[in-house]
Design a protein around this ligand. Structure first.
Ligand SMILES: Cc1ncc(COP(=O)(O)O)c(C=O)c1O
Length: 387
């Protein structure tokens, strides 16, 4: 449990606090400042941190033969992949398609306008009420498209916690010619998934701030399919020309420190147990007034996504905030109005249900017995609205 004063922070899918090792490193003041592209020793010190981090990430994820490039986070990483692919297809004068799913993050969804502006086709595939797609239909759909295809899969959904099997994605790769990007942003510290990733997948993107590294840094693995990317950010040709610009050395090294800390402390079985305890306690006490989204699906170990019926959700969210509990909603709030969650609507929920969502996302290092105290806090709010 992360306490920020008396607050309980249960919004780990939005972002995580800085890892202790990152904080200590930054506070030490012993930070390299050289430009990693410089040939002198000061530059080489920075270059070493970048190289150490790259070697570490490749070994943790078992992707030694993939290239690795850094960027400002997954939104940029995904823009690099999608637009890089579109630019390259334009250069090759090939017809091109970008295929995504209705439950993907908005940084994937938002590619539509640019893909179409560049002359490509944007495809949005649906999912069922449990947030799953049909593998055979996807294979058939892709194989019926003419031209070049890039498809995005979100391995662990940020809103629902639904986990898609990497083996299914591998088999889609085997049975189609599509280039595949996996949005792996929500993988670390939240699932039972092995970190050993499949080298047959073309691209994977991660974001540092989701697991305790600094904000504004992320990384993408790319295999030889990187030749199908025309770089989005051009300039000095850094990072094998995949993403120009002087590397964010401190941010990059924070990735290594934070990931090491997660690997050292993560106890998936404890997290799973505590999440299930909390979910069951909520279900038992509030019954049919609270619906757990994707309850029958394979879900991750830290996310509980609830639809609460017959409440004013914006008032309930304010009550959580005043009770010093940080949770979030799948519904975007702008200027005081709550908008229905696009993800829930696409899973077949009604407008009303898609508005009334609350997401609780637990820390990777949740300890035994902690869910009990989370429940006691959450009850203080729910009791006022539900009972
Ligand atoms: C699944 C998923 N993809 C992409 C992103 C975008 O990540 P970033 O904040 O690093 O741009 C997020 C962030 O919420 C996410 O959860």
């Amino acid at each position: 449990m992360k306490l920020i004063s008396k607050r309980i922070y249960l919004d780990y899918n939005a972002t995580a606090p800085l890892a202790d090792t990152v904080q200590q490193w930054l506070a030490s003041g012993a930070l390299p400042f050289g430009n990693p592209s410089s040939v002198h020793s000061t530059g080489k010190k920075s270059k070493k941190l970048v190289n150490d981090t790259s070697a570490y990430l490749k070994s943790v994820f078992g992707l030694q033969s993939h290239a690795l490039f850094y960027h400002s986070g997954a939104t940029e990483g995904i823009n690099n992949i999608v637009k890089g692919f579109c630019f390259q297809m334009l250069r090759e004068k090939s017809e091109f398609h970008f295929v995504s799913f209705s439950t993907d993050h908005s940084c994937v969804f938002a590619q539509k306008e640019h893909v179409e502006l560049l002359g490509g086709s944007f495809h949005l595939l649906g999912v069922d009420k449990d947030g799953h797609y049909n593998k055979d239909s996807v294979i058939k759909y892709i194989n019926e498209l003419s031209g070049s295809v890039l498809i995005n899969f979100t391995l662990v959904n940020n809103e629902t916690g639904v986990v898609w099997k990497l083996s299914d994605i591998e088999s889609i790769k085997d049975q189609t010619e599509a280039k595949i990007h996996v949005d792996a942003v929500q993988l670390i510290g939240k699932t039972d998934c092995s970190f050993e990733l499949s080298s047959s997948i073309d691209f994977y993107t991660f974001s540092g701030h989701k697991f305790g590294a600094m904000k504004g840094v992320g990384f993408t693995f790319a295999n030889e399919a990187s030749s199908s990317l025309f770089p989005l950010i051009t300039g000095g040709g850094q990072q094998g020309n995949l993403r120009s610009g002087t590397e964010n050395t401190l941010g990059i090294y924070s990735l290594k420190l934070a990931l090491k800390e997660v690997l050292k402390n993560y106890q998936p079985e404890v997290l799973k147990f505590e999440k299930e305890f909390l979910e069951k306690s909520i279900q038992e006490k509030y019954g049919s007034r609270v619906h757990v989204v994707a309850v029958n699906a394979k879900r991750n170990y830290n996310t509980i996504y609830l639809i609460v019926s017959d409440v004013k959700i914006d008032i309930m969210l304010t009550a959580f905030d005043m009770a010093q509990i940080d949770v979030s909603s799948g519904s975007a709030c702008s200027s005081g109005t709550v908008k229905a969650s696009r993800v829930l609507l696409s899973m077949g929920y009604s407008e009303e249900e898609a508005k009334n969502s609350i997401r609780i996302s637990l820390p990777y290092n949740t300890e035994k017995g902690q869910a009990k105290s989370y429940f006691a806090k959450i009850e203080t709010v729910f009791d006022r609205f539900i009972l």
